[in-house]
Write a new protein. Sequence first.
Length: 428
Amino acid sequence: MSGAGPTADRRCTVWRHARLATLAGPSGWGLVEDGALVTRGAHIAWIGPDAQLPSGLATPDAHEQDLRGALLTPGLIDAHTHLVYGGDRAGEFELRLQGATYEEIARAGGGIRSTVAATRAASDDELFTGAAQRAQALMAEGVTTIEIKSGYGLSELHEGRCLAAARRLARELAVTVRTTSLGAHALPPEYAGRADAYIDAVCGWLGAQQAAGLVDAVDAFCDTIGFTPEQTQRVFEAARALGLPVKLHAEQLSNQEGAALAARYGALSCDHLEHLSDAGVAAMRTAGTVAMLLPGAFYFLRETKLPPVAALRGAGVPIALATDHNPGSSPALSLLLMLNMACTLFRLTPEEAFRGVTVHAARALGLADRGTLVPGQRADLAVWDAEHPRELAYRFGHNPCRRVMFGGFERLTPSGPRERAPEAGALP
Ligand code: DI6
Ligand code: FE
């Protein structure tokens, strides 16, 4: 566990006397008792037992921080959110508690489409401010990377405004944002009865979104109240033509064999998956696609059909977890709560759950530079008031995050700005 690179005179921090959960290697926590970790610039330069900390590794002006036994882990990654939208759906929540189903509300023109109306009516600043507040709630729990989907604008103009708000978050907050274009989330009212024409429009505006630097990946909602596999495939073809990776909201409410379709396009992840078939599991394994489980939506929609965790585990499909934060099916703003829910509801082990918001979440975003504490990885770190990482999945409604380092700079508070302006090139 060594490997300082030859990078010159960049600012260093030496974290000493920490319990490290490195997640290095294919399984296990990778625990190092009384460990040390050296960051240089935006990256991890060295990690290992404190007693083996090499002298002369850090620059003379390095900040030295004694963590006195606190737990140090990779920063957390929320790899599936819909953070940018207007309004809320608390009234719909009440309707569902009185017996209306999510599908019934959607078919009656509520659901996603009511959020679309509120999103279109919101100003750019309102979209940004609402999303920033939600992002900071996630960041307070040690989140350093967030994926944000569009999908509540549903026109070229409004989808672009939502993706631009997501990009602005990355400029103004100390967090990495990956954007996903989800025009194929629901049918907007002006295209009622013309789903194929709407899909043509979605495919048509992807190129301009990409040219504007607004999109890192493409997603769709393939389900009875979403789009058909054929329509989904057309979106995937358009993404492939542009060289954009795909992912899919698959088998959430029904089995459309969407996961197998997505796997044929080399999808980064398939998400939800309660109704995933054995064929879908096999296709995901072959393609190396991550299974993104979303316990917040399962819980909030009071679903009873469990995702096939044993089959995914048996096939060696990497499992990730995310909040799926959105106003309709998962208004959750705690990734730590998802750890607990994934264990209690889906029977993941605490280690599987934690890998799901670190290593496997990074993979679901196609990011190879984060998710573990290994030399060369980004210095995205979280310090916890905990003795063992399993405690992060055990307690709920409790936030033990004490400090966060983002790309080699400590945030002033866990959700706050960087302690000082970044050096050019040090941050994404
Ligand atoms: N599945 C979901 O759970 C979210 N989107 C999707 O395709 C829900 C979005 C919403 O209800 O606003
Ligand atoms: Fe979602």
